[in-house]
Design a protein around this ligand. Structure first.
Ligand code: CA
Length: 276
């Protein structure tokens, strides 16, 4: 009897060992330093990797694969009808800028600061200009594959495991309508990383600069989906997180907006996919 139990335990231990060594399980673990990084490490909130271009550093955070409920519950304050809740699985981890892309990093890639002013402010550009930025960034780093996050990647990363409207009390987490005013009553964008980060080390996901996503805007699926790419076509791209000029109702993890590709004034959050 004891022999049979021991045999079962050994079989179980072997199964666990095989699962732990499988490629799928490996994705759940902290990844190896990517080839594009100049430095990689782990701290209290997870694994980071630095992308350096012409001496300017963008730190990215490893976002592990996982599942979450996208959208908001019907009783969430300020909810819009396009936030229909559905289950989303993201099968691959990815890297995401811990901050909005700064004017300094943008200049390092493109050669000029499109907005002028303080270089630790986030860039304010159009989707088309963002595409040009990613094209040049990727030209200089073969194999990088940087892009806008998908809408699902953005909300998954913003929530960092939370289910409420915001990942922290909004005043602590975000520059938004009521706390971004200057002495003359103008709502101003602020240098990145001054507010509280979320549990995965990401700053300013809510408020400060709006953040463009890769997806065309459209209705959500109602059934569970895996790695959703968004609608196959459209005329406006999804913008997320609200900004320093938006009220609290728009600075929610589930809130959706959309803008034409030529519309200027939006921020970028760099996403770098993990290698297959
Ligand atoms: Ca933001």
């Amino acid at each position: 009897m004891h022999g049979l139990l021991l045999q079962r335990l050994l079989q179980l231990a072997l199964a666990v060992l095989i699962a732990a060594c499988s490629p799928l399980a490996a994705l759940d673990q902290a990844p190896k330093p990517p080839a594009w990084s100049s430095g990689c490490g782990t701290d209290s909130v997870g694994t980071w990797a630095d992308l350096v271009v012409n001496g300017s550093v963008l730190r990215l955070r490893w976002i592990p694969p996982g599942s979450f409920t996208m959208g908001s519950p019907r009783d969430e304050a300020d909810r819009d009808q396009d936030e229909v809740q559905h289950q989303v699985a993201l099968s691959r981890g990815f890297w995401l800028g811990e901050s909005e892309t700064t004017r300094r990093f943008f200049r390092a890639v493109m050669g000029s600061n499109p907005n002028g002013g303080e270089e630790l402010l986030p860039v304010a550009i159009s989707f088309e200009e963002g595409q040009q930025f990613f094209a040049k960034l990727n030209d200089g780093k073969p194999g990088l594959g940087a892009d806008f996050p998908t809408e699902a990647q953005w909300e998954y990363a913003c929530r960092a495991g939370t289910r409420g409207p915001t990942y922290a009390p909004l005043d602590a987490a975000a520059w938004y309508l009521v706390n971004s005013l200057d002495a003359y009553g103008n709502n101003l964008v602020h240098p990145v990383k001054q507010k509280q980060a979320n549990a995965w080390g990401l700053y300013d996901m809510l408020g400060n600069a709006w953040e463009m996503t890769r997806d065309w805007y459209g209705d959500y699926p109602t059934a569970a989906v895996k790695d959703p790419p968004g609608p196959s076509s459209g005329n406006r791209h999804v913008v997320r997180g609200g900004s320093c000029r938006n009220a609290a109702g728009s600075c929610r993890a589930a809130w959706r907006w959309a803008e034409f590709p030529q519309a200027k004034g939006f921020g970028i959050r760099c996403m770098v996919p993990s290698l297959p």
